[in-house]
Design a protein around this ligand. Structure first.
Ligand code: NAP
Length: 471
């Protein structure tokens, strides 16, 4: 058991919101002296706040100020460009830390499992999002924006982000920190019609009200719904007669307002469709996407009480040259960490990582965020989630359950990391890179201009250091 005020060394894997909130909760524990090293496979911290949150949602991104404050704690170190499973293994971490927390998020997409899903021109939303946000692994991806019509499958907030970015004008995009190459590609885009495809009705749509309202305020695109598709199903009508749900009533009002007859003055149309499921993506002679086949659904009440879609015999073919699948993220297994394949999360109970064979907590190992609970909720949801994990950590520490590292001195892991990844990025490096990006942005009247390749990031910081040292 650690003595009071004895250092408890913690490794946090992943530097997104969940990882940072776990640090914040740990640092608030006055009874214990937590010393934290955070690792990320990218040089830059902040996870999806940098590589996922839409570039036209700058206000949401300002949450990083909170993370900078957490990182300024003298008991915090950042090791960017250090990948778990590549540069450090679970065995390494067990030798250096009392506690290891996995906060790696959900890094891939769910699959639709329909024919044509992998055709040329059919992409996952996460690829597109990571591309326009400058995730170094996605900068070379290509999207054929010469197409006039695009379908986005799913009606969650990610689908809405993708639709908005496709519909924004150059002037609107200039106010964002979208990457230079995405801005150039979108400037030349030929896209005229975007279809958001929901498999259930408007009342079951996953997008939130501010996000769907924003679709009605785009400079050069009309949001459009079909009156027959935004009509409420009998189950929801019944529910609303019994109880008030203001947020739902508002959502339906917004969607109804998009079905009104308008004079089309804007050059793009953003169709929000409901009660349709893709059954196949169809190819042209060259093997590229030419259309998406849809079946009309009806809703039924499933055994668990939820309203589920079921196909009718009505079908349609929607001619589109590009498809984005935006049906939810999916966690990726980590080496040597028990993973629940079906749920796409680490096996855990309240954040304690569980051995699925014994049902016992694996001493010292914890999870938080999307890799713990699945890809749901907004950024702030992770604060509460990390609070739960940290509460378990504190309880376990107090009852003597933690790892007993052979090499607990902070210099030991520094030596190991320096040997395996000499180019590792510190938080100070990130702060410098951030300043460089922001000042590049200022020159163009934009919030920032991002560095997008790892080499560029390393060189920029190196040059900056050399200049500061008079070199
Ligand atoms: P999501 O909210 O889970 O939405 C997924 C969508 O895909 C739902 O409409 C779902 O329909 C649909 N879907 C699932 N399987 C399907 C299938 N086989 N065929 C057709 N449609 C299918 O996921 P997300 O949009 O990826 O967002 C992830 C989380 O990040 C959410 O909590 C979201 O709110 C959050 N986020 C927030 C913001 C923001 O605050 N601005 C921005 C982006 C993301 P069903 O409902 O019928 O399953």
């Amino acid at each position: 058991m650690t003595e009071n005020n004895e250092q408890i060394r913690v490794a946090v894997i992943g530097s997104g919101p969940a990882g940072f909130y776990a640090c914040e909760h740990l640092f608030k524990q006055d009874e214990h002296n937590f010393i934290i090293d955070m690792f990320d496979k990218l040089p830059t911290p902040h996870g999806l706040v940098r590589t996922g949150v839409a570039p036209d949602h700058q206000k949401i991104k300002s949450v990083t100020r909170v993370y900078d404050k957490i990182a300024s704690n003298p008991n915090f170190r950042f090791f960017g460009l250090v990948e778990f499973g590549v540069h450090v293994t679970i065995e390494d971490l067990k030798k250096h830390y009392h506690i290891v927390i996995f906060a790696t998020g959900a890094q891939t997409d769910r699959r639709m499992n329909i024919p044509g899903e992998d055709l040329d021109g059919s992409h996952t939303a996460t690829e597109f999002v990571a591309w326009y946000n400058g995730h170094p692994d996605y900068v070379d991806y290509k999207f054929d924006l010469s197409q006039e019509k695009v379908a986005i499958v799913g009606v969650g907030n990610v689908a809405v982000d993708v639709a908005r970015i496709l519909c924004r004008t150059e002037a609107e995009l200039m106010e964002t920190d979208i990457t230079d190459y995405a801005l150039e590609a979108l400037k030349k885009s030929n896209i005229k019609e975007v279809y958001l495809l929901g498999r259930r009705g408007p009342a079951q749509a996953a997008f939130t009200n501010p996000e769907v309202r924003e679709l009605g305020n785009l400079d050069d695109a009309h949001a459009i719904t079909r009156i027959e598709e935004v009509e409420l199903d009998e189950f929801t009508k019944e529910l609303l007669e019994k109880e008030e749900d203001r947020s739902l009533v508002k959502k339906i009002e917004i969607l109804n307002s998009y079905s009104e007859d308008i004079e089309f003055q804007k050059s793009k149309k953003l169709h929000i469709r409901f009660l349709v499921s893709p059954t196949e993506i169809l190819a042209d002679e060259e093997g590229k996407v030419r259309a998406i086949k849809l079946v009309k659904n009806e809703l039924y009440r499933a055994e668990d009480g939820s309203l589920r879609p079921r196909p009718t015999d009505e079908t349609e073919e929607l001619e589109v040259g590009l498809v984005f699948r935006s049906i939810g993220y999916q966690g990726v297994p980590l080496p040597e960490v028990p993973f629940h394949e079906k749920w796409g999360v680490i096996h855990n109970e309240k954040g304690r990582i569980i051995d699925p064979e014994t049902g016992e907590h694996i001493c010292g190992l914890y999870s938080t965020g999307w890799i713990k609970r699945g890809p749901t909720g907004v950024i702030g949801t992770n604060k509460q989630d990390s609070g739960e994990t940290v509460q378990c950590i504190v309880e376990d520490i107090e009852s003597g359950h933690h790892l007993s590292p052979e090499k607990p001195h902070p210099d030991h892991i520094l030596e190991l990391v320096s040997e395996r990844q000499p180019d590792y990025f510190t938080y100070e490096d990130w702060i410098k890179l951030n300043e460089l990006e922001v000042s590049k942005g200022e020159e163009q009247g934009r919030p920032r201009v991002k560095y997008t390749s790892i080499e560029e990031m390393l060189n920029a910081v190196k040059k900056n250091d050399e200049a500061a040292n008079g070199g």
